[in-house]
Design a protein around this ligand. Structure first.
Ligand code: ADP
Ligand code: MG
Length: 682
């Protein structure tokens, strides 16, 4: 009997896997027995309800039950390509079946035999045809087949068999259910065993749905229980008490009046830092809402109380920008320093030495400041900007540089309140839902590509007036082939339409130095038009840039579009954003129309949530949460509320999950958060 838990057992010992296939499974992030039974199908092939041939419409996928009507013909059309053809009928209609290069499959088709055919129906010279169907016996033992996410050279059948064997082993090794019985009954959830069997091999799709609900519930429950624990853990004592509040002194020195929302955020943080417990606060505010000043006021106050602060930005460009802004805001007595990957060795050495001696009050940098040899003398406050770029892990690493310093996280991604409670369950939240007075609204238009020439003319008109602009390229992932298209685009327009203008390209694959150079040139006005990928999404502040064109706008999420658009509208000139898209779909159009209708990030986030469901938030890696397997499929808010309630119930009675009933849940929580470098339970 194997005493290893399913979390540790390497899948190579599962029947039908072995060492070689285990390596292929690794590409799917499947390493252990636990992983394998939690590798969920992305879809099912349902042989349980065949459709009559006369009902078939071309272009869709169907299951058909029919009798083979003619002997299979064989035609070799060229070297290495043989086509087998036959005709099948269900008594009312006729369907042509074509099989490419698969003699084994073709031999299954015996005249007079009734079979199930599953595949996409096309029309070939007016006749209905199914090419390379999946073929099943007329009355299969398992009428529903799981379809797994695959990697090259791992067939669906192999995965299916491996999962089948893994399940048996799993039931033996892990007989307990992670969801406690009381919660299971209260929320009407099936047992783990039922769930795992039916997510893989359901006898009807309804059972698969019951299984899916339970598994999503489980994952969210684990997440939320861990979050509650982290939050409680952060409420330990620390010795960093900011007794004297110097923020009013700083605020009085500013050339503008703070908005009420900014004042509120500062007051909340000041209050946190007096308590003798580490602050863990998220400041959520739309682009341009003025989060930097909030952080600056707090860092100033910390310095006056004898504590150092660190501000971590996700890119060098942003770090440099923060350094510049903060240097200009702070009175001379406050000592600032910048530390990034491209600082020279000498600079680094000097800054680090000064830091350790306490001769620097505020250190600004990229993740370079979390390397081991950066030592603070008295770190009191850690600020991270644009936190969705950092994981929970990096946040943790910086905090370890001090003795439980206060932490302030700034995020420019407005998230609906219901979601932020879950995504940032370990943080208190201040919302800056107000823009500084006198901001110009950004006018947004949505056009199709037939307007492109006119759009270019519109951009030129601005450049001719000495203003600047952006064109954001249709590039979502920064991979090679898309990169080529962005580079081409930039070259083409700089040779044609914008020949007499100074155009530059900025993308994520460039070296930091190169990027910084271009950004500097752009912010100094040397470059007039910046063709860019989404790297400009984060925090760039060039008030003279007043027009932005976004190509293939439908390919970006609403919040990305919103972030991008926030790069303009930063000065006193009225700004415009033009979304170019040929998208046909109603939802896509609706989304772009929302962008035109409002500039309120929280409203946009709400709409996004309504249109796409909460799954997207969990499916993306943007939020820095542990990776979730199945909650990305979440399509309503109800379960989020339910799991929150369940997590609280469990947490109230047994915060460390020490009771027997919570043993397995505890394992799951530890495992989920381990990947983020956090220990949620100790
Ligand atoms: P974000 O929240 O996007 O990080 P910033 O902190 O960069 O925004 O602020 C954007 C600009 O607005 C900066 O130039 C900043 O100096 C200015 N600003 C911030 N608060 C106010 C205010 N209350 N009134 C006027 N301008 C402000
Ligand atoms: Mg900012």
């Amino acid at each position: 009997m194997n005493t290893q838990s399913a979390y540790d057992m390497n899948i190579q010992y599962v029947k039908g896997v072995g060492e070689k296939r285990a390596q292929l499974f690794a590409k799917l992030d499947v390493f252990t027995l636990y992983d394998l039974v939690h590798l969920f199908p992305r879809n099912y092939i349902d042989f349980s309800c065949p459709v009559a041939i006369k009902e078939l419409k071309r272009g869709s996928v169907y299951c058909v039950k029919a009798i083979v009507g003619s002997a299979v013909s064989e035609a070799r059309i060229r070297q290495g390509m043989t086509i087998y053809k036959t005709v099948v009928t269900d008594g009312e209609g006729v369907l042509h079946i074509t099989i490419y290069n698969n003699r084994y499959l073709a031999e299954k088709l015996k005249v007079g035999e009734e079979l199930l055919f599953y595949g996409k129906v096309i029309s070939n010279r007016g006749a209905l045809e199914m090419g390379n169907p999946i073929i099943e016996n007329a009355n299969p033992a398992f009428p529903i087949h799981p379809v797994y996410p695959l990697t090259a050279s791992l067939s669906n059948k192999t995965v299916e068999n491996a999962v089948r064997n893994a399940l048996e082993l799993y039931y033996k090794t892990e007989p307990c259910d992670p969801i406690p019985d009381s919660i299971r009954r209260e929320f009407n959830l099936c047992h783990e065993q039922f769930a795992l069997k039916n997510i893989h091999f359901p006898s009807c799709l309804k059972d698969a749905e019951i299984a899916r609900r339970r598994l999503i519930f489980e994952e969210l429950l684990v997440l939320q229980t861990g979050m509650l624990r982290l939050r409680r853990k952060n409420k330990q004592k620390n010795d960093i008490v900011i007794h004297n509040d110097f923020t009013p002194l700083f605020v009085r020195s500013l050339p503008f009046e703070l908005t009420n929302a900014q004042k509120r955020a500062i007051a909340q943080a000041v209050n946190d830092m007096k308590k003798g417990e580490p602050m863990n606060r998220l400041v959520q505010g739309d682009v341009g809402s003025g989060k930097t000043v909030v952080a600056a006021a707090l860092m100033f106050s910390a310095a006056k109380n004898g504590f150092q602060s660190a501000l971590m930005a996700p890119t060098e460009v942003l770090a440099a920008q923060h350094f510049k802004t903060l240097s200009s805001m702070m009175p001379g007595e406050i000592r600032l320093a910048l530390l990034t990957g491209s600082s020279s060795a000498k600079e680094k050495r000097e800054v680090k030495a000064a830091l350790a001696k306490g001769e620097i009050d505020i250190l600004i940098g990229t993740h370079a400041i979390i390397t081991d040899d950066t030592v603070f003398r008295s770190l009191g406050l850690v600020v991270t900007d644009e936190q969705h770029r950092f994981g929970v892990r990096q946040r943790g690493a910086l905090s370890k540089k001090g003795k439980r310093p206060h932490v302030l996280v700034m995020s420019a991604t407005p998230i609906p309140r219901t979601l932020s409670l879950i995504i940032y369950g370990d943080l208190d939240i201040s919302v800056i839902d107000e823009l500084p007075k006198g901001r110009q609204k950004i006018k947004t238009y949505f056009v199709d590509s037939s307007y492109r020439k006119r759009v270019y003319a519109f951009v030129k008109k601005h450049l001719d007036r000495g203003l600047q602009g952006y064109i954001v390229c249709p590039l979502v992932e920064e991979n090679e082939s898309e990169l080529v298209s962005a580079v081409k685009y930039a070259e083409e327009i700089s040779k044609k339409e914008f020949e007499s203008y100074r155009v530059a390209l900025l993308h994520g694959k460039m070296k930091p130095k190169e990027k910084a150079k271009i950004m500097k040139a752009f912010s100094e006005g040397e470059i007039q038009l910046l063709v860019s990928t989404t790297v400009i999404e984060v925090g760039i502040d060039v008030p003279n840039a007043v027009v932005m064109v976004i190509e293939n706008a439908e390919r970006f999420g609403l919040s990305t579009l919103h972030q991008l658009r926030g790069r303009v509208g930063r000065g006193s000139v009225r700004s415009s954003c033009i979304l170019i898209s040929d998208a046909e779909g109603e939802t896509a159009k609706r989304r772009l129309e929302i962008m035109c209708a409002t500039t309120d990030g929280f409203k946009i986030a709400d709409e996004d949530l309504r249109l796409r469901g909460p799954g997207d938030f969990f499916g993306s890696r943007q939020h820095g949460l542990p990776t979730l397997r199945i909650s990305g499929m979440l399509d309503d808010m109800v379960m989020l509320e339910e799991t929150k309630k369940a997590a609280l119930e469990i947490f109230e009675n047994d915060p460390l999950l020490k009771s027997r009933e919570h043993e397995k849940l505890r394992d799951c929580v530890i495992r989920l958060f381990k990947k983020t470098g956090q220990n949620a339970l100790n």
